[in-house]
Design a protein around this ligand. Structure first.
Ligand code: NAP
Length: 253
């Protein structure tokens, strides 16, 4: 059955591919990002059931308006996907206050605004699916040049887990999911704050299509957390920390 779905960060990368694939299977979409012209093009390419609303997800008022626009257009929202996000290329000792504030605004507060905007509607209906797009770096911080980005995604992981805890008993049909991709071949690296001009392709990166396949499976069969590239991600934990057991072992030291 087709669903009504809100996607932030739908003007590029993972969000854009997700929009096109969900539209192709008949879902009705409300697409959000800052670049209205690009969004309009994406919405057009998605067909008649795709709408867009120019939104800066770092502004709570924008996110509330996005929710209002989606409800006005569709009457209800089945799935809300907090996908918009941004990286940074700076090690811990180089971080400024502004760097950290930007990472928290675009990767954490943005999703918090989304969760707080749509949950009252989900509670009223007794159902709904909230999906937060995080990163494997939020679980295992092995790329130190992404420091504050990883930290912000760790914060997002915690908020997601806590929201799920709060809803579980009273609202069993509201699902809260976390998506943790590894590297994905989008404009993410070049769009990152302080990205060096020569940001090149990352080895072992997934295509956005591969990530989107995992996300569509998640929409159809909700679960708490997914890793989109588990074999490669397991190898990375082994390479940088010796293995999952060894990583967890630090807790006992
Ligand atoms: N690519 C990777 O390697 C990778 C790995 C793990 C996780 N992720 C996560 O996957 C998600 C999507 O990333 P991507 O790879 O598709 O990156 P991308 O190609 O750079 O796309 C980012 C999207 O987010 C939107 N966005 C950025 N800031 C925004 C803001 N303030 N308000 C509204 N929209 C905003 C951008 O649109 P506008 O610029 O038009 O606003 C764009 O649509 C992010 O949460 C990212 O952290 C990516």
């Amino acid at each position: 059955m087709s669903k009504t779905i809100v996607i932030t960060g739908a003007s590029a990368g993972i969000g854009m591919v997700l929009a096109k694939q969900l539209a192709a299977r008949g879902d009705a979409l409300m697409l959000a990002a800052r670049s209205a012209d690009v969004l309009r093009q994406v919405a057009r390419s998605c067909g008649r059931e795709a709408y867009y609303y120019a939104t800066d997800v770092t502004r709570r008022q924008d996110v509330n308006r996005l929710r209002d626009e989606a409800l006005r257009t569709f009457g209800n929202v089945d799935v809300w996907i907090n996908n918009a996000g941004r990286g940074i290329t700076r090690n811990v000792l180089e971080l400024t206050d502004e760097d950290l504030d930007e990472m928290m605004a675009v990767n954490v507060k943005s999703a918090l605004y989304g969760m707080q905007a749509i949950l009252p509607h989900f509670k009223e209906r007794g159902e709904g699916h909230l999906i937060n797009v995080s990163s494997f770096l939020g679980r295992i911080p092995f790329a130190s040049f992404r420091s504050a980005y990883s930290a912000s995604k760790s914060a997002l992981n915690s908020l997601t887990a806590n929201l799920r805890m709060d809803l579980r008993a009273e609202y069993p049909n509201i699902h809260v999911s976390l998506v943790m991709p590894g590297a994905v071949s989008t404009g993410f690296a070049v769009n990152s704050l302080h990205a060096p001009a020569d940001s090149g392709p990352v080895p072992m990166a997934q295509t956005p299509e591969e990530v989107v396949a995992a996300m569509i499976e998640l929409i159809d069969h909700p679960q708490a957390e997914i890793y989109t590239n588990p074999d490669v991600q397991l190898e990375q934990v082994k390479r940088y920390y010796g293995g999952v057991g060894e990583f967890e072992e630090n807790m006992r030291r």
